[in-house]
Design a protein around this ligand. Structure first.
Ligand SMILES: C[S@@+](CC[C@H](N)C(=O)[O-])C[C@H]1O[C@@H](n2cnc3c(N)ncnc32)[C@H](O)[C@@H]1O
Length: 286
């Protein structure tokens, strides 16, 4: 990437990484507006999500299910950071957590989640806020803090994120993330052969307007959409933030499986040779 690139119909422009709390908050505020637009599409899909959950179809990824084991055996309360419209949160309930809590910055996502949990009669509570402002009432309440599937790139303060995880977990509680592997940023998402994107693995942030049509259908014209901001977090930054907050990392996995159809034009064999996702488990010491 030089200073900009166009991928999946969206133009991304490189920008300086956020350094101050004011810059972090401004970017998260822009992302709130952008996610409110995207969540309008999720609203049109709610009946499908409700029907899936009623039919017992969990949206957890097999890697997550494998890593978490039988939630019925150990998880009273699961807190999902960046819970979107709550389908994965409610899947944690379906998988055995006795109660679930979702936190998300988007007003529309949280309204969707409230509607979904009411339709299911699920023991769920929802908080609309920046995850950095996760209510203190949740401190020390979670057997599991769960996040991922497209979460970390929207955050611009990873130390602040890890501090929230550490305070929300019960002593002995488990944190789990499955997300895009940061190495995926290094390649052109649309190319039909592996092509470097040219961006820096170690220090990269970008802004964009609009959503890929393959993800958010029926999005408004790009000109009418909010600016949104993403950040590449290297694996070492994620590991460093969690251990810096006092958590003990118990496992790290790098996986050729994705949870979405990224690199749609690469041959299957090439796609299967890439680390498309990573998963990490970390524990708050008892
Ligand atoms: C790709 S979605 C996560 C997908 C999710 N796994 C699902 O069930 O669809 C990213 C989510 O992060 C939320 N988000 C972005 N920045 C946030 C922040 N600073 N605090 C809380 N939520 C945030 C967005 O509103 C959005 O719901």
């Amino acid at each position: 990437m030089t200073d900009s690139k166009t991928e999946l119909g969206v133009t991304f422009s490189r920008e300086a990484v956020a350094e101050t709390d004011a810059e972090v908050r401004a970017r998260h505020g822009d992302n709130r507006a952008a996610w409110n637009e995207a969540a309008g599409y999720y609203a049109s899909q709610l009946d499908r999500a409700i029907a899936n959950l009623k039919a017992g179809r969990s949206s957890l990824h097999p890697i997550e299910r494998r890593n978490l084991g039988d939630l019925r055996a150990w998880c009273d309360t699961a807190v999902h950071l960046q819970c979107a419209s709550g389908e994965d949160t409610l899947s944690l309930w379906f998988e055995g957590a006795k109660r679930v809590v979702g936190v998300d910055i988007s007003d529309v996502h949280i309204a969707n989640a409230e509607r979904t949990s009411a339709a299911l009669g699920a023991p769920a509570t929802w908080h609309r806020c920046d995850i950095l402002d996760t209510p203190a009432a949740l401190n020390g309440t979670a057997d599991l803090v769960y996040t991922g599937q497209g979460a970390l790139c929207w955050l611009h303060d990873l130390a602040g994120w890890a501090a929230v995880i550490a305070r929300v977990l019960k002593p002995g509680g488990l944190f789990h993330v499955l997300d895009d592997h940061p190495a995926t940023w290094l390649f052109d998402m649309e190319a039909s052969r592996l092509t470097p994107s040219g961006l820096s693995y170690f220090r990269h942030a970008e802004r964009s307007k609009g959503w890929p049509n393959s993800y958010i259908k029926e999005a408004a014209p790009v000109a009418d959409q909010a600016i949104k901001h993403e950040r590449l977090w290297p694996l070492s930054a994620i590991f460093g933030a969690l251990t810096g907050a006092g958590l003990v990392v118990e496992s790290l996995g790098e996986h050729p499986e994705a949870y979405w159809q990224n690199f749609p034009n690469l041959p299957d064999a090439v796609r299967a040779s890439l680390p498309l996702t990573f998963s990490m488990k970390a524990r708050r010491p008892a």
